[in-house]
Design a binder for this molecule. Structure first.
Ligand SMILES: Nc1ncnc2c1ncn2[C@@H]1O[C@H](COP(=O)(O)OP(=O)(O)OP(=O)(O)O)[C@@H](O)[C@H]1O
Ligand SMILES: [Mg+2]
Length: 430
């Protein structure tokens, strides 16, 4: 397809989407593709107001198409209105028909509004339900999330305080991917169950099953707990509210309880979303000590908030992660309906992790052999080893790495670990 033709089709996509959306009251913001929705998003009403008008600026911003006037001047089906600088179709039916004859399935399959319209056309073979299922929902848009944070906080200072305790991300801004993680069958199954619980929330409510949706990830450092929790945001297309418990100690404690409550309130506001509490062992540590009255109060507020939030009622999937299972007392444990173990990977998993990390590199290595040699290594250790091998090769201006590079990196890693143990007299394992 020529570049010119592609641009024309993109202009038509926008014109048709606007027209169909304006005409069909039963279509919602969730039906608009994010690129279009984000342009028309109004932060005051926190939504998209009808009618959508296709201005020159809208086409430029949404599709990045330049020289629009020239393209439309050559197309008799599009009218340019000098007043308001906007475009419309000369005749909707005719425009829609012309678009269909071009068979732009790549556009229709990424746009629920178009799929809704063209589903009637058997020759198109497109399912509105399927296309909508694939479309990022409105609740996950960065713009909406930011508007909700602003609404919850009276001023900038309040928002800053809140954001000290929690990082909030739209799934589109999360870097971790589930596909990059090698997980056990049990871990995959639990993730799938959490997804289903979110999907069938109403059903679970109807049958009275409320004790679902609080997951505790437990395992030694570097086994993928944080990455998994974050990757789920992307995987499920849900906003991520990540609480940094270590921040509780580092700013004015009197305000902390209030801010914890606000984080949970925000999570409910952003629903459906994931609320991820990392470094959960912090709870156990403070509960065990006698001093720090204010700190203890903050932790108790946190535990109470955890009790009160629910996936079934509020659409909040709660995930906590900790290194030290043995530190957590029963009071903390019982709040989770599922404890999911993250162990050090076995040889087969180590091999898969190595394959995954090396995937995009020019590498000639014997991964099974390396997996054998790296007994006890975590996913994080393996990533480190590969990084070292890459850097060693780059020192010689080589981008290709081989088995020797990796073997050397393993040796360096072993040396570093043993130095560290000698210097700090650290135990061999936690
Ligand atoms: N099973 C795995 N598959 C692929 N990569 C992994 C795996 N486990 C860990 N990694 C990689 O190791 C790095 C560190 O992982 P992560 O931070 O998730 O560990 P963690 O369990 O949260 O550790 P900590 O307890 O220290 O916080 C990440 O880059 C992650 O991608
Ligand atoms: Mg972590």
């Amino acid at each position: 397809m020529s570049a010119e033709k592609r641009k024309t089709l993109e202009i038509f996509e926008l014109l048709l989407t606007a027209e169909i959306y304006n005409r069909s009251e039963n279509l919602t913001e969730d039906d608009l593709p994010p690129k279009i929705r984000k342009y028309y998003f109004d932060p005051v009403i926190k939504g998209v107001e009808r009618p959508l008008r296709v201005t020159l600026k809208a086409v430029e911003k949404i599709s990045g198409v330049e020289r629009i006037r020239q393209i439309i001047e050559e197309n008799p089906l599009v009218v340019f209105h000098e007043i308001g600088f906007h475009l419309t179709l000369m005749d909707f039916e005719e425009g829609a028909q012309w678009f269909a004859t071009q068979r732009p399935l790549y556009l229709i399959k990424g746009n629920p509004v178009l799929a809704y319209f063209y589903e009637k056309d058997d020759s198109m073979n497109v399912s509105y339900a399927e296309v909508r299922e694939q479309n990022q929902p409105f609740s996950a848009d960065r713009e909406l999330i930011e508007a909700k944070i602003r609404k919850l906080c009276a001023d900038k200072k309040e928002a800053e305080d809140l954001l000290k305790l929690a990082t909030i991300k739209a799934p589109e801004d999360v870097r971790d991917r589930l596909d990059d993680l090698i997980l056990t069958a049990e871990q995959r199954e639990e993730i799938a169950k959490a997804g289903k619980a979110l999907e069938y929330r109403q059903y679970l409510k109807d049958v009275g099953l409320y004790e679902i949706g609080k997951l505790l990830l437990v395992g030694p450092p570097g086994t993928g707990k944080t990455s998994t929790a974050r990757a789920l945001s992307r995987w499920f297309g849900l906003p991520l509210v990540e609480v940094k418990l270590s921040m509780i100690t580092s700013h004015y404690l009197g305000e902390t309880s209030k801010n914890i409550d606000k984080v949970f309130l925000l999570a409910k506001e952003l629903s459906p979303c994931i609320l991820f509490i990392d470094e959960f062992d912090f709870v156990a540590k403070t509960r065990g000590s006698d001093d720090h009255g204010a700190l203890k109060r903050a932790v108790n507020t946190l535990l109470k908030a955890i009790d009160e939030v629910s996936l079934v009622e509020h659409g909040v999937l709660l995930i906590a992660a900790t290194n030290y299972a043995q530190l957590l007392d029963y009071a903390a444990w019982r709040r989770f309906d599922k404890v999911l173990g993250f162990s050090r990977p076995d040889a087969e998993m180590r091999c898969k992790i190595l394959d995954k990390v090396l995937d995009r590199m020019d590498a000639e290595v014997d991964a099974p052999k390396l997996a054998e040699l790296t007994e006890g290594y975590t996913g994080s250790d393996l990533r480190l080893v590969v990084r070292e091998a890459v850097l060693n090769a780059l020192l010689q201006d080589r981008k290709k790495i081989d088995q020797d590079d990796l073997l050397r990196a393993v040796e360096q890693f072993e040396r570093r670990i043993s130095d560290h143990r000698q210097n700090y007299n650290a135990p061999a394992d936690q």
